[in-house]
Design a binder for this molecule. Structure first.
Ligand code: NAD
Ligand code: UDP
Length: 333
């Protein structure tokens, strides 16, 4: 049974030091919640959480969710109302660097956090991914599409890990153990992406800013649909708060689809960059196209993205411009 509490909520954010997680922590703190972030700092960064240094409602527990969960969480009598599981490296170079760990993070980590949710009567949200659709034969992708994933390729540790995590969450829902929700997140971008993250938006902006060649993988005619981070976080909040019975996972993404080449042109025009565009081989199993069908999120959450690609890219470029100035400063003595 879900806790019913009148005071501020307590939310656990696994992966809260990462790109999306830190924005979620910002939003929860701004909304008056107490936030417990659990993160192993694999791809998370202390600077993403610097704003909470003097925030009494924020706690960071440095731990790996594949290890037994810290007693501070499991043995404490303090209530937990909501658990958001965002823990998992999301950029292909990062999640492929330690593939077994990536798989275990999704499977063992989600299993353990679902157990915590069951014990505490907390609501649970899994950050799943559009990668569960693999290289899709159906376009755009509705939640009913079962996907076209290579179970043995280099992306499988991530894609299949998330599919298994969805399966665990769905069983917990069916058994009425946990009030769980599954967000299938499509490519999201914004401030706090890591400059060396390897994802296309941060790569192209950082390459353009530093005058390096811009790397396009394959022909650049593959498509993605990019959602600005504030829109996505609003989707998380609505999904967690939703009182309607959900039919299953919910796509969260921006349906505006464009090719990688179009994205490169937009970023270069915005920054007035004249970098050379070079081609690199298309990674194995790189999906050819991706666009969310967001009928469900519109129907059940009243959610659809509001930030245009132009505005979102401008804010993201401004973030990296600010950081590139910082990097040029002489090192502190
Ligand atoms: P990120 O790499 O910036 O953040 C992931 C966070 O999880 C990091 O802080 C990392 O240190 C932490 N983490 C990783 N493994 C862990 C473990 N075993 N134990 C504890 N902490 C661990 O990635 P992001 O872009 O913020 O993505 C967050 C979540 O959203 C991920 O689960 C990802 O799969 C999902 N997602 C993101 C996108 C996107 O476009 N950003 C798209 C689809 C899904
Ligand atoms: N990509 C690219 N150049 C880069 C990084 C990525 O052309 O420097 C391509 C990549 O092959 C993919 C698309 O951009 O087709 C999106 O890649 P990203 O890693 O951001 O997300 P994902 O592949 O997980 O959707």
């Amino acid at each position: 049974m879900r806790n019913v509490r009148t005071g501020g909520k307590t939310a656990v954010v696994a992966g809260g030091a990462g790109f999306l997680g830190s924005h979620l922590c910002d939003r929860l703190i701004a909304d008056g919640a107490r936030v417990i972030c659990i993160d192993n700092m694999l791809t998370g960064r202390p600077e993403n959480l610097r704003q909470f240094e003097r925030e009494p409602r924020f706690t960071l527990i440095e731990a790996d969710i594949i290890d037994p969960l810290p007693q501070r969480l499991t043995a404490s009598r303090d209530p937990i109302d909501e658990i958001f599981n965002l823990a998992c490296a999301a950029s292909p170079p990062h999640y492929q660097a330690a593939p077994e760990h990536t798989m275990l993070t999704s499977v063992v980590g989600t299993h353990q956090l679902l157990g915590l949710a069951a014990g505490k009567g907390a609501r649970f949200m899994l950050a799943s991914t559009s990668e569960v659709y693999g290289d899709p034969d159906v376009h755009p992708q509705p939640e009913t599409y079962r996907g076209n994933v290579n179970p043995i390729g280099p992306r499988a540790c991530y894609d299949e890990g998330k599919r298994a995590a969805e399966s665990l969450a769905s069983d917990a829902i069916r058994a009425r153990r946990v009030d769980a929700r599954i967000a299938r997140i499509f490519n999201t971008y914004g401030p706090r992406m890591q400059p060396d993250d390897g994802r296309v938006v941060s790569n192209v902006i950082c390459q353009a800013l530093s005058g390096r060649d811009i790397t396009v993988y394959g022909s650049g005619e593959q498509t993605r649909s990019f959602c600005y981070v504030s829109d996505l976080i609003e989707g998380f909040i609505r999904l967690m708060a939703c009182e309607k019975e959900l039919p299953g996972p919910i796509n969260l993404g921006n349906p505006q689809e464009l090719t990688v080449n179009e994205l490169v042109r937009l970023v270069m025009a915005h920054l007035g960059a004249d970098s050379t565009v070079t081609t690199k081989p298309l990674p194995v199993d790189d999906p050819r196209r991706r666009r969310p069908d967001i009928t469900r999120s519109q129907t059940y959450l009243g959610w659809s993205p509001t930030v245009t690609l132009e505005a979102g890219l401008a804010a993201t470029c401004a973030y990296f411009v600010e950081r590139s100035a910082d990097l040029r400063k002489p090192p502190a003595e």
